[in-house]
Design a binder for this molecule. Structure first.
Ligand SMILES: [Ca+2]
Ligand SMILES: [Ca+2]
Ligand SMILES: [Ca+2]
Ligand SMILES: [Ca+2]
Length: 315
């Protein structure tokens, strides 16, 4: 029980120490690709003995966590059961105490989707250890708000000696879930839990964190079509303050149960919606008429964006 409480305190209290270093990490994320930088410890050369600590690029650290080269005596080799594309190095706990590696992923640029509960994640990692030694690695995702305050946590692992059958190897662990609303940073934390011996023999490699947008975007603009050309040309500007709505019953008018928004000062509008079939209309400003063709009913796929343009000309 004492071991568990030690691990908990290292998870919850340690991260705040690394604020400055973390803030230099990447500033935006994309869907459908691994958002972890240096996810396999390959960005710099690992240590080739147990007394040297080499820190992996893109990660901050706690205690003696680092990277070691495969094939270093008494460590896993290129043929140890584990990931096929393992590269030259793996992450390791270091000497005889708990340790961690941290990386903060800034997801502010996808906030509108996150806050509607529309972004899921898939986390996977290869986690390993040495023979009967029960040192064990886990990977946590700490979901944090804009001030890096804690929201919630999920994890994969640990992989114990029993899980490995007391054989030196890596096992893959993965988890899929939904990112909680208000998350702006995902702190990825590899926790190396020390149990026995003179060295923390917990290992990790090939981390992956892929985000999926389960919502769709309908976006566009309303412009002042001064010359009636049906295109926004020359100095024609957007029209702000125009009501644009999703005409759910397709009756050509706004009904109280329909979703609406208002164009910004540049005439832009955006709806974030479940994938499906929509008809978008504007409430044409007084003394204007629409020059462009009313967009028809369309289907927008999961994660896709549909763009529309409305041109209006003064009567
Ligand atoms: Ca690697
Ligand atoms: Ca050990
Ligand atoms: Ca025009
Ligand atoms: Ca309607």
């Amino acid at each position: 029980m004492q071991r568990i409480s030690t691990r908990k305190s290292s998870r919850t209290s340690a991260p705040a120490m690394f604020e400055t270093l973390e803030s230099r990490q990447l500033m935006s994320v994309s869907f459908g690709t691994n958002v972890i930088q240096n996810p396999g410890g390959e960005a710099n050369a690992g240590a080739s003995n147990s007394s040297t600590v080499v820190r992996p690029l893109n990660w901050t650290f706690n205690s003696n966590a680092g990277i070691v080269k495969y094939g270093t005596p008494n460590y896993p080799t290129s043929t140890t059961p584990g990931p096929t594309n393992r590269g030259a190095n793996f992450f390791v706990g270091g000497n005889n105490q708990d340790s961690d590696l941290f990386q903060s992923v800034d997801i502010s640029n996808i906030a509108p989707y996150v806050d509607k509960g529309g972004v899921s994640f898939n986390l996977s990692a290869w986690l390993g250890g040495h023979l009967t030694d029960n040192d064990q690695a886990s990977v946590f995702l700490n979901f944090q708000n804009s001030g890096k305050g804690f929201i919630s946590q999920v994890s994969v692992g640990p992989v114990t000696a029993a899980n490995r059958g007391n054989v030196t190897k890596f096992l893959q662990r993965s988890l899929t879930g939904n990112i909680p609303a208000n998350t702006r940073f995902i702190q990825v934390q590899i926790h190396f839990d020390y149990q026995t011996g003179v060295y923390n023999d917990s290992y990790a490699d090939n981390l992956s964190l892929v985000l999926t947008n389960n919502l769709s975007t309908i976006t566009g603009n309303v412009f002042n079509d001064l010359d009636g050309s049906k295109a926004q040309n020359g100095a024609e500007k957007g029209i702000g303050g125009v009501t644009v709505y999703l005409d759910f019953n397709n009756n050509g008018q706004f009904d109280s149960f329909e979703l609406k928004t208002t164009t910004d000062s540049n005439g832009k509008f955006t709806f974030i919606v479940p994938f499906g079939t929509y008809t978008v209309r504007q409430i044409i400003p007084a003394n204007f008429h629409m020059t462009t063709t009313q967009p028809g009913t369309f289907t927008v796929a999961k994660g896709a964006t549909k763009s529309l343009t409305f041109g209006d000309k003064h009567n």
